[in-house]
Write a new protein. Structure first.
Length: 271
């Protein structure tokens, strides 16, 4: 059983909703990302998604795109992201770490090389936005052999047959994209999300977490009532952007930047 599966199982037993913040690794720099990861754990994160900077983040909205640009301007590479995870693991062996991004950097590194390095660093899951399940079997097999979860997205427009293909390979949790659009878009149609989650429950036993459009405690609580957890990305990255021109790593400053996560944690725990 993977670390993420253990986290999800323990959360379910305690009736606790999973809280999964998303950071762009290297935004505004790797030192700050490392500090932010520990701050997020203190604020109640169960799993952290680390975005691998890539020059064409087609599924991301302007907030995360700017975060990616900041990270790339510092030369952040996939290897540096893996080194960041290894550094985090020196003091935290409980929090789940998922690498989220696009296939190109992984293909350049090479599948086996990437999996070996990810396993050594302490990565728990990989979510590749532009890798469809029909083309994922080779990498999935390597990840599974190293007890690393392969996580997939399901959108409102995903057909049932595609969901079956996804759930055949997916492990850890299933990421439900709550709206049609890119990250950072507004989430307003809660009824449609509720209907989709109910339908997905009939197609998989995986924990289902909802991402896209969750920006505060209120929206986190609303989505937490429907799913096993929530993912907060753009709202957090937008706060971190204020650190971009500052070399500040004090606990108070970092906690202010991640306050949306503490607020979401409190709201989820009150459900």
């Amino acid at each position: 059983m993977s670390r993420i599966e253990n986290i999800a199982k323990s959360a379910a037993a305690a009736s606790r909703k999973l809280l999964i913040p998303y950071l762009v690794a290297g935004d505004p720099n790797l030192k700050t990302t490392a500090a932010l990861m520990h701050s997020l754990v203190e604020q109640g994160a169960d799993v952290i998604e680390l975005g691998i900077p890539f020059s064409d983040p087609s599924s991301d909205g302007p907030v995360i795109q700017r975060g990616v640009e900041r990270a790339l301007s510092k030369g952040t590479s996939l290897q540096q992201v893996l080194d960041l995870v290894a550094e985090f693991r020196q003091t935290d062996d409980k929090t789940g770490i998922v690498l989220m991004g696009y296939l190109n950097p992984i293909e350049i590194m090479g599948y086996q090389n990437f999996v070996d390095r990810a396993s050594s660093a302490g990565v728990d899951g990989v979510l590749i936005v532009d890798l469809p399940p029909s083309e994922a079997s080779e990498l999935h097999g390597m990840l599974r052999a190293n007890k690393i979860d392969t996580i997939f997205l399901v959108a409102p427009t995903t057909r049932d047959e595609r969901v079956e293909d996804v759930t055949a390979l997916c492990s850890g949790y299933l990421y439900y994209v709550s709206l049609k659009g890119v990250t950072g878009a507004a989430l307003t149609d809660y009824a449609s999300v509720a209907a989709s989650i109910t339908k997905l429950r009939g197609l998989t036993t995986l924990p289902i977490v909802i991402g896209f459009g969750i920006k505060d405690a209120e929206s986190a609580a609303a989505m937490g009532q429907l799913a096993d957890g929530v993912i907060i990305g753009s709202a957090l990255v937008e706060q971190i952007a204020e650190l971009a021109d500052q070399d500040l790593h004090g606990a108070e400053i970092l906690n202010n930047s991640t306050a949306v996560i503490a607020q979401a944690r409190a709201a989820l725990d009150n459900l």
